[in-house]
Ligand binder design. Sequence first.
Ligand code: ADP
Ligand code: MG
Length: 257
Amino acid sequence: MTAPSAPGRPSGLILTDGLTKDYRLGPHVVHALRGVSVTIARGEFVAVMGPSGSGKSTFMNILGCLDTPTAGRYVLDGEEIGRLRRDALARIRNRKVGFVFQQFNLLPRVSALENVELPLLYAGLGARERHERARARLAEVGLADRMDHHPSQLSGGEQQRVAIARALVNDPAVVLADEPTGNLDTRTSAEILAVMQRLNRAGLTIVIVTHELDVAQCAQRVLTFRDGRLRNDEAVTAPVDAATLLAGLEEEQEVTA
Ligand code: ADP
Ligand code: MG
């Protein structure tokens, strides 16, 4: 199923060296990350797995510039992130990272289009360019005919596609997804993974946290965490093609219907 990944990866888009994160809780210290060294190249599709409490979210929060390490280095797209102040961190986050969450995290009272425009509003773009870019991204995820719908008028899969369009609208260097299919049924999960694989094939770097081996097998590489350490780093020798999987599921549905 998997084989060790090639040694000596080229210096990557994401580079961590001895990444360490301690949380102080009164007199106690929680060692959430205990020296994680990994390189992720531009254009990779990486899955992060591991039991609850193993440090996956802490790792993703640091990659996403939401948090800083206690020790160790983090370089994102050539920039040293480890010791940045909060405002500098926020600037890099807005420019370089797109997030996708399990709960979609869309604003409920505005349209899909306005949800996707939001990061551009923060970036200070004018209305016309915001519309154009948001429309293009929504079309890219197959929602050209749903732009004026509010989240409650969309299915779970459609809502997650809006969230993906929003994550892409700033042309980030990397998309980080924490359990993006955790709330979706098998068919819809395959649909979302097919969208992600298509974007990845067009060059997008994606890091996805998942509990499901089926989901991880759609990626090219699996990082497994345990007790704050990277315990396994394996290439997926034959990643599952989600579009093929989806077509199979739909055929099955037609037969049983
Ligand atoms: P995972 O996402 O793999 O479930 P986390 O990265 O959320 O793991 O957590 C790793 C460890 O760090 C756990 O023991 C967790 O309780 C602890 N932890 C995470 N965030 C905090 C925090 N803000 N304060 C204190 N401890 C934390
Ligand atoms: Mg977590």
